[in-house]
Ligand binder design. Sequence first.
Ligand code: ZN
Length: 361
Amino acid sequence: MKNEKKILLLCGKESIKKNGVLEQIRKALQDKEVIEFFGIEQNPDIETCMKALEIARKENIEFILAAGGGSVIDAAKYIALAFYYEKKDPWQILLKNETEPNRVLPFGCIQTVPGSGTEFNNAFVLSNRSKKLKISFYSHKLYPRFSVLDPETTFTLSQKQTAFGIVDMFVHVLEQYITWPRKAPLQDRLGEALLVTIKEIAHDLLANPNDYELRATSMWCAAQAASGQLSRGVPTDWATHFIGHEITALYDLTHAQTLALILGGVWEWNFEYKKKMLAQYANRVWGMVGDEDLLAKMAIIETDNFFESLGVPTRFSSLSLDAKKVAADVISNLSKREFTPLGENRSININAIKEIILSRS
Ligand code: ZN
């Protein structure tokens, strides 16, 4: 960012005004020309991103600084990608109808809502509310130039935001860990280190939101969980995220909330297949002992209990949602487009998604 003069400062709504980040940024960028864009919403929408993109192009922006949570950073990645795209509708790149441009606008991140881990990777998720879509995308060009993680900026997060962040980072690890036995002991242990650490600090963090060390640990766990190192050379699942995105697109539920609703259902659906890793997880992370079947079943119950203990429900009825209607809406939305079965063994077809949602009513 040293050489770039014209910066687009991309922000959410209010939080960076409250936590002092905006003031710090304005001071640090005194010698730059900074265009501020406020209003990136949770689950960033293509419409808002297109407004920011238009400004970025009109102002000949040279660098994007994203300050806020994962939504703001994801929006920055999309704008960076779309900036040099010459045709009319850059949404087409996400649908893989068009090849992506050869270059992207450089960007940096100031992450203030730990959870998504997007500050440490090359992926983003974008919503298109008018089409009821939420699509993930990644490109090797989309790594941030830098990411600033300052635990003090997270002191103002609410209990709910903190709990959602914990659930999101926890599930990120699990999506890369509960698969078939992989004979990859280091990846196993790296995942377990994160899971145990997150589990150990979670309740303390909710009780002590201004504790610097706890905030720092949570921030570092979130970044590590989604950095890509856990998935090197091993299969990954991500079915829970895919189904969760569909539910968010239809019901505008918070991302982490959808994960807590779905994860146990995916595990039950693929129980025989994932049994060994579920049992290992129950033993090494939750300290349980017993035979494999029992341990694997207890892993599902214990994980649900953990999310519930953070105040994040794991059943649709707790949110006054009818699972039958959710399942029907998701299936109808999915049947309108191309769909590849999900999960590390590609066993989750459209009917399985229906069963998974119904099992969590
Ligand atoms: Zn996530």
